[in-house]
Design a protein around this ligand. Structure first.
Ligand code: HMG
Ligand code: MG
Length: 288
């Protein structure tokens, strides 16, 4: 099995979206650009969601246009047709659509039932196929892949069905979210057991928040299932505004150190010292 793992950086989006302090567009660009210069190959840098729902992401187009092209592939989140259209006006290399595995989180995060969200994401993917140029990639997220703050435990077959739907509809990659960051490795194993039956492991990513500080154990389990892409956030910033109590994402430096200690090569060969400098910048930007 491959000894190369990719770190998919979500700091400028998932890391910043829930921060209460004002963060200037210059700081957002500096962070995205610095992470790209540090050698991270893909960065989720912004989100074309409603600014009424997530005010911190209001200047997303400016973040994309302000970042020097060609350093890293820039990905952004799009929740609906409007977000997709706006995102495709910019020079992004990846669009992320998202869906939750539960009714409660779907309502809280996107104001729609789970059935409505499935329909909406399928329409969005169809629009993406018509409108995006061939080199723009499509990533799909499934939130609450093990546990939901509103509905409790999530059955693995539910996640598998959604992952299969996203895969068949045309997502290149599906990122499985432990949104609350409280999953045990056994829960992740059960979830992956079901998902890898229907989607190849190389099309999956692990997006494990680190509230209970078990994200690395969950990554170890995922490595055993063949996953080789993991999401993390510089300085461990982050959390979803609609997932009460969910703290940060897995810290990029922590992930880098863990993987390299286990003998994995990191795709793109990011510079460890540059990551440390970016963590400092990230902490400064959010006032910590
Ligand atoms: P809604 O209120 O049902 O939608 O929200 P609406 O169509 O009634 O729109 C409300 C207002 O927002 C309107 O403005 C729209 O024009 C505007 P008004 O007429 O009142 O002035 N609007 C927009 N503006 C800019 N861009 C848009 C857009 N869409 C509508 N794209 C909606 C539905 C989906 C829009 C809303 O619920 C939303 O934006 N939700 C996003 C929430 C979010 O971003 N959550 C965090 C990201 S997901 C996450 O963090 C999880 C993840 O990390 C994985 C994991 O950890 O599990 C990915
Ligand atoms: Mg997240």
């Amino acid at each position: 099995m491959s000894k190369i793992v990719e770190i998919f950086e979500v700091g400028p989006r998932d890391g910043l979206q829930n921060e209460p302090v004002f963060i200037s567009i210059e700081d957002k660009i500096a962070l995205t650009e610095g992470l790209a210069r540090a050698g991270l190959p893909r960065i989720e840098c912004a989100s074309f969601v409603s600014p009424k729902w997530v005010p911190q992401m209001a200047e997303s187009a400016g973040v994309v246009s302000g970042t020097t092209p060609g350093l890293a592939k820039l990905y952004v989140l799009a929740p609906n047709s409007r977000g997709l259209q706006d995102a495709l006006q910019t020079r992004v290399q990846g669009i992320c659509v998202f869906i939750a595995a539960t009714e409660g989180f779907s309502q809280a995060n996107t104001n729609i039932s789970l059935a409505g969200a499935v329909e909406r994401v399928q329409t969005l993917i169809t629009e993406f196929k018509h409108k995006a140029s061939g080199d723009v990639r499509l990533r799909g997220y499934i939130s609450c892949a093990t546990h939901c703050p509103y509905d409790g435990a999530v059955e693995p077959p539910t996640v598998a069905r959604l992952a299969e739907m996203l895969h068949r509809s045309g997502c290149d990659e599906i990122s499985l979210g432990d949104t609350m960051g409280t999953a045990h490795p056994e829960q992740v194993a059960k979830m992956l057991d079901a998902v890898v039956q229907v989607v190849p492991a190389q099309s999956l990513a692990g997006h494990y928040h680190d509230t209970a500080e078990r994200a690395l154990e969950n990554i170890d389990v995922s490595l055993d299932y063949g996953l080789r892409i993991f999401d993390s956030s510089i300085a461990g910033l982050g959390g979803c505004p609609y997932a009460p109590g969910a703290k940060g994402n897995l810290d990029t430096e922590k992930l880098y150190d863990h993987l390299t200690k286990k003998g994995y090569d990191i795709f793109g060969n990011p510079n460890r010292m540059a990551l440390a400098a970016m963590a400092q910048l990230a902490r400064k930007v959010v006032g910590r």
